[in-house]
Design a protein around this ligand. Sequence first.
Ligand code: ADP
Ligand code: MG
Length: 238
Amino acid sequence: MGSLSLKNIRKSFGNVEVIKGIDLDVKDGELVIFVGPSGCGKSTLLRIIAGLETESTGSIEIDGDPVNGQSPSMRGISMVFQTYALYPHLTVKDNMSLGLKQAKRPKELIEKRVGFASSMLSLDDYLDRRPAELSGGQRQRVAIGRAIVRQPKLFLFDEPLSNLDAALRVNTRLEIASLHRQLSATMVYVTHDQTEAMTLADRIVVLNNGVIEQVGTPMELYNEPKNKFVAGFIGSPQ
Ligand code: ADP
Ligand code: MG
């Protein structure tokens, strides 16, 4: 239901090419993690998949359908950002339901989905609060809840744990892993943190300077890194 196919994706800003020909297939239900150093193009690639940025060339298919030129809302994608991006004046419940309300979905359906997401994320007691009355971890759970209620074909995460302290980072990471299992959801997840990548990913895509250095399971990359860059990044002793 939520496969993703990228073919020869390129992106330039002005005359600087930052994504230099990316080919990648993500299977339905897979959790694929993009890792790589700051500035290598992770966020740009994720934003291109979401439709928040326009690719210069290349094709994108979601669930077998070409989506080039489609708006983010048409693509059936939910994205979770590092900065949560919640509306400060809205309650937790309204933040989670806004997208469905705008799509004019029936009230009962909205109630049901918000109830499901909030119990899954232990947010039942916080539904009437505003973001300022929540901890960082709770805010990020609201952002994840907002993503879940849309029942997207594909979840995109851009460094969702970066603003959390160490303990919350572990908890939230386990929560995302559990969501992945329970929803059998397809997820593409960006991080610059090797531990996150090694513990969460079905497959890791190592990016460097706009190109893919290597794709593989965490153990494949750890045991058989193709080059020094991958070895250095995944932390295999060579
Ligand atoms: P990452 O998420 O891996 O840190 P980004 O995708 O944010 O990297 O950025 C990749 C490169 O593209 C960087 O050199 C960055 O400066 C550049 N870049 C990103 N967005 C823009 C933009 N809107 N305009 C110009 N350059 C950009
Ligand atoms: Mg980034």
